[in-house]
Design a protein around this ligand. Structure first.
Ligand code: HEC
Length: 428
C-alpha cells in the first residue's frame, strides 16, 4: 500500500512543485526568498523519504521491492530537478557541495548502492540544504507532550486512531490508510524532522493534509515528537537514565541511527542493555525530550570536540578529525551564532574564522598549525563564554569580587572619615 502511495506521491510532488510560481529572483546572494525556503523544505522532505525508504527497496545490491525501488529512483531524479531550480538563488560556495551530493545520490540509487551509503548521502545533502536556506531542523522550544496529546486527540484521532494504530473512525474510507505510529519498523527509521515536514506540508495524494495554517510551528514540533508515545512498549516502566543527546539529534536522527550511541552511553555507566531497550529509551526521550542545551554546555562540548580532533590529528586520523570539526561546527557553534552575534559581532566573527582555519589545518593534517590555532580559539571561546552568561552582562565572579572589595573600601573610608571628623570636632 505504501508503495502505491509513493508512486502517486512522486507524480503529485512533481506537479505540485513543478507548477509552483517561479521563485522571485529579487536579490542575488545569500538572502533567500520565502518561496525558495518553501521549495528547499520540499527538497529536504524528498531527501528524507529516500533516506528512510530506500532500505526497503534494495538489499545487498538487489532490488527487494520493485515498486518501491522505482519510486526511489523517481524521487532521486526529482531531487536533482528540484535542486536545479534552486541553484540560481544560492551562493555558488553553498550550491556546489549540494549539487555534488544530489547528483551522487541519483547515481547511487541508479546503481542500487548499499542503503547505508545512500542514507549517508541524503543526510549530508539535508544538512547542506538546511544550512544554505537557513531552515530549522529542530524546535526552538522543548516539545510539550501534554499540549501535543490534546492536539492529537482533537485533530488526528479521526484517522490515526486513539492509540496511533491507524484505525480511527475515518480510516476505513481512506485509501491509502493512515500511517501507523505503532509500527516499530517505521518508528525506528523515521525522525521527528520527517514527521514535522509531513505535518507541515501534508502528504500529497493522500488524505494527510497540511496543518501549517491550523497549527503553529511549535505545535507541529510538539506533535512530531509526541507520536513516539505510540511506539513505547506497553506498561513501559521506569524512565531511562539521563542520556546526553541533544534535542537536535533527537529531532533529526532516527532511533536506529541513535541506538549505538545509547548503547555506548549505557555501557559507560556499567549498564548492559539490549537493542530493543535502547530503542524504547529513545522513544521515551522523544516523548519527554531534554530541555534545550544551555549555551555554555554547548560551548563546553565544542571545546571538548576541538581537543579531541587535535588528538585525532596527532594519531594521523585526519578524516575522522575533519568530520568531528565539521559536526562540531554545525551542531555546536551554529546554534550559538545568532546569540553571539547579538552580543558581540566581533567575537562571533573571530570564532567563526578560527573554526574555519582550524578545520583547514586539520584537513591538511598540519598538527602544528592546528595546535597554534586551537590556542587562539580557546581565548575566543573564553570571551564567548563570558558573553553567553545568562542575562548577558559581562559580570564574571572577578567583577563581583572587585565590587565587594570596592564597597568594603568605601565603607571603611566612611568609617575612617566619620572617625576623623569626630576627632577634629571633638565629638568622637
Ligand atoms: C483525514 C485523515 C487524516 C488526518 C485527520 C490526519 N492524518 Fe496523518 N496521515 C493520513 C494519511 C492517509 C497518511 C499517509 C499514509 C501513507 O503515506 O501511506 C498520513 C501520514 C501522516 C504522517 C507521515 C507518516 C510517515 O510514516 O511518513 C504523519 C507524521 C502524520 N500523518 C501525522 C498526523 C498528525 C500529527 C495529524 C493531526 C494533526 C494527522 N496526521 C491527521 C491521514 C490523516
Amino acid at each position: 500500500m505504501r508503495t502505491l502511495v509513493r508512486a502517486s506521491l512522486s507524480v503529485a510532488l512533481g506537479i505540485l512543485l513543478g507548477s509552483g510560481a517561479a521563485p522571485a529572483q529579487s536579490t542575488p546572494g545569500p538572502s533567500t526568498s520565502v518561496t525558495d525556503a518553501a521549495e528547499a523544505q520540499q527538497l529536504v522532505f524528498l531527501l528524507q523519504y529516500v533516506g528512510s525508504d530506500y532500505g526497503g527497496a534494495v538489499a545487498n545490491g538487489r532490488i527487494v521491492d520493485e515498486a518501491e525501488y522505482r519510486e526511489n529512483r523517481d524521487f532521486a531524479a526529482l531531487i536533482v530537478e528540484r535542486f536545479g531550480r534552486l541553484r540560481s538563488s544560492m551562493p555558488p560556495a553553498k550550491a556546489s557541495p549540494l549539487e555534488v551530493a544530489v547528483r551522487k545520490l541519483d547515481e547511487l540509487v541508479s546503481a542500487r548502492a548499499d542503503a547505508r551509503v545512500v542514507k549517508g548521502v541524503t543526510e549530508a545533502a539535508i544538512l547542506l540544504a538546511v544550512q544554505a536556506f537557513d531552515l530549522r531542523s529542530f524546535p526552538r522550544e522543548r516539545p510539550d507532550p501534554v499540549l501535543a496529546s490534546r492536539l492529537y486527540a482533537e485533530s488526528c484521532t479521526p484517522c490515526h486512531g486513539v492509540s496511533g494504530g491507524g484505525d480511527g473512525p475515518r480510516a476505513k474510507e481512506l485509501n491509502p490508510p493512515p500511517a501507523r505510529f505503532t509500527d516499530p519498523a517505521r518508528m525506528n527509521t523515521a525522525a521527528p524532522y520527517l514527521f514535522y515536514n509531513a505535518i507541515t506540508l501534508g502528504v500529497p495524494n493522500t488524505s494527510m493534509a497540511s496543518f501549517s495554517d491550523s497549527l503553529s510551528d511549535q505545535e507541529r514540533w510538539d506533535l512530531a515528537f509526541y507520536l513516539w508515545t505510540f511506539a513505547l512498549p506497553r506498561g513501559e516502566g521506569a524512565p531511562p537514565p539521563p542520556l546526553t543527546l541533544s534535542l537536535r539529534d533527537l529531532a533529526t536522527r532516527s532511533s536506529a541511527d541513535l541506538a549505538p550511541e545509547v548503547l555506548r552511553q549505557a555501557a559507560a555507566r556499567g549498564q548492559s542493555i539490549d537493542g530493543p531497550r535502547a530503542l524504547s529509551w529513545l522513544a521515551h526521550l522523544r516523548v519527554h525530550p531534554p530541555s534545550l542545551s544551555h549555551p555554555q554546555q554547548q560551548l563546553a562540548r565544542l571545546r571538548q570536540d576541538l581537543e579531541r580532533s587535535v588528538a585525532l590529528v596527532a594519531r594521523g586520523d585526519t578524516d575522522s578529525a575533519t568530520d568531528l570539526v565539521t559536526n562540531a561546527y554545525l551542531a555546536e557553534f551554529e546554534p550559538l551564532e545568532g546569540e553571539l552575534d547579538r552580543r558581540d559581532g566581533g567575537v562571533r566573527q573571530r570564532f567563526e574564522h578560527g573554526l574555519i582555519e582550524f578545520r583547514a589545518a586539520v584537513r591538511r593534517g598540519d598538527r602544528q598549525a592546528a595546535l597554534a590555532i586551537v590556542q587562539t580559539l580557546e581565548e575566543t571561546a573564553g570571551q564567548a563564554e563570558q558573553l553567553l552568561v545568562p542575562g548577558g552582562a559581562r559580570k564574571g565572579p572577578n567583577t563581583r569580587l572587585a565590587l565587594v572589595l570596592l564597597l568594603m573600601a568605601a565603607a571603611l573610608g566612611g568609617v575612617l572619615l566619620v572617625w576623623r571628623i569626630g576627632k577634629e570636632t571633638g565629638v568622637g
